[in-house]
Write a protein that binds this ligand. Sequence first.
Ligand SMILES: [Zn+2]
Length: 278
Amino acid sequence: MRFATRYRCSSRAFVSCTRGEGTPRRRKCSTCGAALLIEQGAHGIYVWRGDGRYPARDAVQLFTSATVADQFASDHLADGYVVRWISSEDVPAALPRSEKPPVSKAHQLSADSWRVIGHLYDPSLINPGSRRRDPSMQVICKTQDVTRDAVVDVVERGLVRARLGLGGDDAPLEAVRRLPDSAIRLRITKAGMYHASHDPTHLVMCALRRGELSLFTLLRGLANPVGFGELCELADRRLFDTYLLGTDAEIPIRQVRDLSSFAYARQTAVGRAYAANR
Ligand SMILES: [Zn+2]
């Protein structure tokens, strides 16, 4: 197969060190002057996994263009695909593929990661104000009581875009990990909005943040449909409890399957952890 070519600064001392696709015009980094490393390989499509290990044999598909690979990943958001580099010596292990590996559901986000996303985008408000523009990582870590790891997680998954300063360049993951948190600005991506507005946990926890709602409203009134089975799953995880309407009498959710307007849901402390603080 034809290989993809990419280049990057061998020292990588600065965030602005040279990197790019194809053959470089100069042989030296335009920031620090170190020699450029030119690599051949492929852009592999993988199902995202939390541990960062992407052996070549797990690649679902290979591309020679990073742009096309990114496009493919964002066209299949529901599959949780990400793009990772495969060096040329590992490419044979990724080929040939007679069948694709089973595609797992996108890995579930932690409560901390959901608070980061929920602060940036609230799918239950159908207006432009539901999307926050470019708060700094410092503000998010403070208001949402999260560590930097939670932010790195959602940036690595492509759900949030990190930039250096207001309107600045995209921040590489290393910068998100290491630079002062006031320098990093965050914004929800299209993938992030898709994920947030299709994930039952996020939809229901965002809706319940403002108060109790009947199960009927949760089943019919959210930005995207949530099924009764999914509500049961959330109740089993103790993200909300269900009560008979007009009372404080708790009732198991499965008993009100056909009576969804006679029961309401109230977020638990665990559930509140999945919704942004404000
Ligand atoms: Zn450099």
